[in-house]
Design a protein. Sequence first.
Length: 246
Amino acid sequence: MNRPLIGIECGTSALDSHAKISQDRLNRSYSRAVWEAGGVPVIVPCLEDSAAAEAIMSRLDGLLLSGGADVSPTLYGEDRLNDTVEVDEARDRAGQALIRAALRNGLPVFAICRGIQALNVAMGGTLYQDLPAQRPSEIRHRQTESRGAQTHSIEIDPESRLARIVGATRMEVNSFHHQAIKDVAEGLTVTARAPDGVVEAVEGLSGSFLLGVQFHPEELIDVCEGSRALFRALAHAAEGARVQTR
Ligand code: MN
């Protein structure tokens, strides 16, 4: 079997006050989820060069955007709201270039947590910079439970690609986000919300595989068939992209 190559955008050590050198980092759960779904995970480094992004994405069959620090508000024309907003400008520049390159090449994109936010911003949308301050809620979107604990539900649009993939219109998810989508970009549509209305999933309107979730399915693959199905869908779409382009 010729598995598709799925690039995984990584995070950096920028927010780690103990880090003495710049490092690229990725939770291992992303690579494992891609591999077990039938893809070849390829960790994509943080390179602030749009030519690098183009060169990398021209060799890959799909892109997975991972979680991490807040997205810089300057990317959607706002000043930083308060000190809780912790950004990694280098990662933002590298990541935005990767997203643009993937979209230009028509590659499948699956965006997780920070990724759904970065995708929305790349396509012209905005974010709540500090969700607890700007949109107080009974739901704790930054859970203190373990990574694989499902602490809130989401309601999924039955007509969505997401519902077809996970085979359900309701799902129990984990939640580790400080920000969330405010204004949805043109070209994306909301396909799931938490009980408090916070956007938990979007997908592209163009028909290509463009999917974002605010939760962390890579941490749920051992307990949730729907989460496994999301990575299989990405691998399947990437396989289709590989066959088309090579
Ligand atoms: Mn949430």
